[in-house]
Write a protein that binds this ligand. Sequence first.
Ligand code: BES
Ligand code: MN
Ligand code: ZN
Length: 507
Amino acid sequence: MTKQLIDAVVKVQAGDDLLAVRADVLAVGAFEDELLKDSMRSLDHLLSGSIAALKKLGDFEGKKGSSCLLYTEGKMKAARLLLIGLGKRNDFKLDGLRKAAALAAGKTVDLKADTVALAFVDLYGCGFTSEEVGQAVTEGAYFGAFRYDEYVTDKEAKRPAKLNVAILWDGGVAAFRGVNNGVAVGTVTGRAQNYARAFSNRPANVINPVTLAAEAQKVCRGVKGLTCKVLDERALAAKKMGGILAVGQGSATPPRLIVLQYKPAGAKGKPVALIGKAITFDSGGISIKPGEGMQDMKFDKSGGVAVLGAMQAIARLKPRMTVYGIIPSAENMPSSKSYRPGDIVTTYSGRTVEIHSTDAEGRMILCDAITYAAQDLGCGTIVDTATLTGACVVALGKKRAGLMGNDDKLIERLKAASEATGERLWHLPCDDEFVEQMKSKIADLKNTGGRWGGACTGGAFLSQFAGKAAWAHLDIAGVGVWGAGETDAPGSTGFGVRLLTEFIMNL
Ligand code: BES
Ligand code: MN
Ligand code: ZN
């Protein structure tokens, strides 16, 4: 690894005197149709009418996702003023604030500058608490600052090693403390998410089940309250984890089951499990995938890496229950040793599965992890996250993950966490009708359910391993990765780190 990944330092700064703010970039949020109201009006006066001119020309209207860079030419301490469009005030949500902060941070990095002051000063009537503001802005700053360039040796691509972010805050003392508390939480989740993004972006010639397990152990040594246990291929064989072993048997690098534990003193209730699919490369195996786009199958570990990220955040935020992070990991490769279509695999649960496609490998490793969580660890609540099906991308596109499960209350909790974090979900069915589609004539189950409803049949397959536990499944195949052009930082989105952390902290 050649370069330090981008980090941010976020501080709260008291005061509302925009004139005196020292920063490479002063970013100011502006609502649509309010360009000449409140603070924006004062700003316009300071700049001798530049904002009024912009408005008149129609160059910037404050539309959501838009921005406009102005040079202050000595009229203010900050040389650059970046206006960030917030859209209409009456449909401004917390995630709008997060995205606005991300946009400001990203533009600052693109300018190769390293200090940005964020002023979201006229948020009256939006209904956010000061904690929420601090957390969302901080998470956004981290998210937007992130660039993945550890393998770029070109010196021209220089960018700041870290971004200094000041959140300007003009509220009272109590609110100031609130924003600060929010910044502390947002720093934990923002870092954890960027960790996950960087790690998911790493290629499969570097990250395989063995190096992933070593990384998990290293991470746990560095975070108080986290421990890590790794089941290697011999331990997996001794426990008869047939699903993980079958998928892993075609690769020169053997599979692993990585088990992280966060266990506070005086933990309450049954433990909770977060499970993440970590196929370090998904070639499809003998049911090999077409070549086009196959390079993106290094991202098939995104669910597992999101769990590794979330567990770090959780250990730092210290909820009062035991949480397991379970990461089954294998490389899905074609070889003379691979599992084949037609094979019948006995999973850890004892249930047999007839393989119809070796490319439906995610469910084969997840089923053993789910059984392990329910049976061995006694978890009462299990949430798995996985880049499971292309069908989910067809159904929901790249903005929402599929949400399935067997427990209404759990589904509602995940929806609430989704609302708060802006990592969006959409509830899909995976009930008995879909389970029917997964029955085999010569084994208990088969691993594909035919052409229709692929996200739902994938969920239905997994549901068969949860036993009595409340279980939910996130299909992140669409939301886990951004293509070139979708953002300044294509690659892993770290989807799930914020969502899973929020979900646990609210249990
Ligand atoms: N990792 C893929 C799913 C995927 C597809 C993730 C596109 C991200 C983008 C998964 O292992 C897979 O291959 N699923 C199959 C399932 C099918 C064989 C039942 C699929 O979606 O085609
Ligand atoms: Mn596959
Ligand atoms: Zn896969």
